[in-house]
Design a protein around this ligand. Structure first.
Ligand code: NAD
Length: 251
């Protein structure tokens, strides 16, 4: 399938995991890429792989929670490509090694998680919304989480930030619907990225037992749904939270 031929897709946090798999899927469907990440080396490796398939790729290493970094990066992207057809807001994370139950948590951790998960999504979106609105086209895919739906012990600030991403998605979808810009959230369940290396086998086993399909997602399983949401196959969907978690959370 070459559903994204001639499109420019921006993916934040594209050096690893879900962002990497999604960027490569977009490129395999014909998109050119503008990818950002804290990790320059990983970013270049993804760019090299995408270029082999014929994609034009722009890379910029930096911190997507920083407004100045994003403003500079998007300025360069607009100069080089003229228009951003697809924005995938993938940067986001839990407190990971600093995660705790809420009664032991601290505000510096909340601030970090909300910044990296929600603020980065708002800030990058702010860079593309005016031009998408003006052009009357565009796709925004915000990576949320099934944790935003179901909640999870030990990651309350992350679940709050991801539910924030879902609320933002719904509101922006309403604002942009008259301009034929689609805004959707993608809510992965546990996905085999480096993130799960940090989770104990015992806890992972407990989660696995609660997944009807009985296994964890590969990053490519999430990238496939991201490509669908980024394409015109999903043109009649907006404001939705698409859960990709093996059936763990059913609406
Ligand atoms: N892996 C899972 O089980 C899972 C489940 C649900 C949702 N998610 C969500 O999927 C998204 C990707 O997660 P992942 O598992 O692929 O993580 P990952 O750690 O494998 O990849 C995240 C990438 O983002 C980059 N990054 C982090 N902070 C950044 C910043 N401030 N600026 C620029 N780049 C930054 C990292 O360097 C890394 O390359 C996140 O929003 C996460 O919350 C993951």
């Amino acid at each position: 399938m070459r559903r994204l031929e001639g499109k420019l897709a921006v993916v934040t946090g594209a050096a690893n995991g879900i962002g990497r798999a999604s960027a490569l899927r977009f490129a395999s469907e014909g998109a050119d890429l503008a990818i950002m990440d804290l990790e320059q080396v990983g970013l270049e490796a993804v760019a090299e792989e995408a270029r082999k398939g014929g994609a034009r790729v722009f890379t910029r290493a930096g911190d997507c929670t920083q407004e100045d970094f994003l403003a500079d990066a998007f300025k360069a992207i607009y100069t080089e490509f003229g228009f951003v057809d697809i924005l995938m807001n993938n940067v986001g994370q839990s407190a990971r090694e600093r995660a705790s139950e809420f009664y032991q948590s601290s505000s510096d951790v909340w601030r970090f998680v909300i910044d990296v998960t929600l603020f980065s999504t708002l800030t990058a979106s702010r860079q593309v919304v005016p031009s998408m609105r003006e052009a009357g086209r565009g796709k925004i895919v915000n990576v949320a989480s099934n944790a935003g739906m179901a909640g999870e012990i030990g990651i309350s600030e992350y679940a709050a930030a991801k539910m924030g991403v879902i609320g933002f998605t719904r509101s922006l979808a309403r604002e942009l619907a008259p301009f034929r810009v689609n805004v959707n959230a993608l809510c992965p369940g546990v996905t085999k990225t480096r993130v799960i290396d940090r989770i104990s086998e015992e806890f992972l086993e407990k989660i696995r037992a609660s997944i009807p399909l009985g296994y964890f997602a590969e990053p490519e399983d999430i990238g496939a749904v991201a490509a669908f949401l980024a394409s015109d196959d999903a043109r009649y969907m907006t404001g939705q939270s698409v859960v990709v978690d093996g059936g763990r959370w059913m609406v």
